[in-house]
Design a protein around this ligand. Structure first.
Ligand code: 5GP
Length: 194
């Protein structure tokens, strides 16, 4: 997605050879116009599918997931990372190891908001080693819902997650695919290039 790649070139900061900071439009401050276009692009790519629920994980997946939900008219559910007092036994849970925080989090989703009747798309901000998506897939499987596919705003193609999940037969649509962050520079895969 051209507008997204341009924004990354313009304001993304390469923190190391494997971490990109995009705090100014996705991870702290949010650019609503760009997120609206991101939501519409996910909707276009999955236009041939019936989706009844958008599933993401707090906090940075919520903005892109919400704009997709708005575009296709489906509710958005976000997995919670902290155990909430109001979220007790009636939950699906999974374990997710965080790439950026280097710690494990238990994630949970209420059984009220995901059922075997749902057709689900998973959305997240970044795809690195695939841990977050794997945890969400686990939750979809527990619910008995049908998983339509995954939408990622920024995939770091030089890390293992994308290959791992695609090898399992999952459909993954990434709007920007990064080939390298070496030497402080962001290099993207061209369309169709792997
Ligand atoms: P994974 O679970 O695929 O290993 O990592 C994805 C998660 O880690 C995303 O939800 C995202 O929050 C975070 N993450 C991974 N790599 C980056 C990165 O380069 N920059 C930022 N801002 N977040 C990242």
């Amino acid at each position: 997605m051209k507008a997204l790649q341009e924004k990354i070139h313009e304001v993304g900061r390469v923190l190391s050879a494997d971490v990109l900071k995009v705090d100014s439009f996705l991870n702290h401050q949010i650019d609503p116009q760009l997120m609206k276009e991101v939501g519409e692009e996910f909707a276009n790519r999955y236009a041939n599918e019936v989706i009844t629920k958008v599933l993401t994980i707090e906090s940075s997946g919520i903005a892109p997931a919400t704009f997709l939900g708005l575009t296709i008219g489906a509710p958005v559910v976000f997995a919670r990372k902290k155990q909430s007092l109001t979220l007790t036994d009636n939950v699906y849970t999974s374990e997710v190891y965080s790439f950026t925080k280097q710690e494990s989090n238990k994630i949970s989703v209420s059984r009220d908001f995901l059922t075997a009747d749902d057709n689900v798309i998973i959305i997240d901000d970044f795809l690195a080693n695939g841990e977050a998506v794997k945890g969400l897939v686990d939750i979809v499987n527990q619910s008995g819902a049908h998983l339509v596919g995954v939408g990622i705003v920024i995939e770091k193609g030089f890390q293992q997650g994308g290959k791992l999940l695609r090898d399992q037969g999952l459909r993954i649509e990434s709007l920007a695919r990064i080939k390298s962050l070496e030497n402080g520079k962001v290099e993207f895969f061209e369309d169709g290039e792997f």
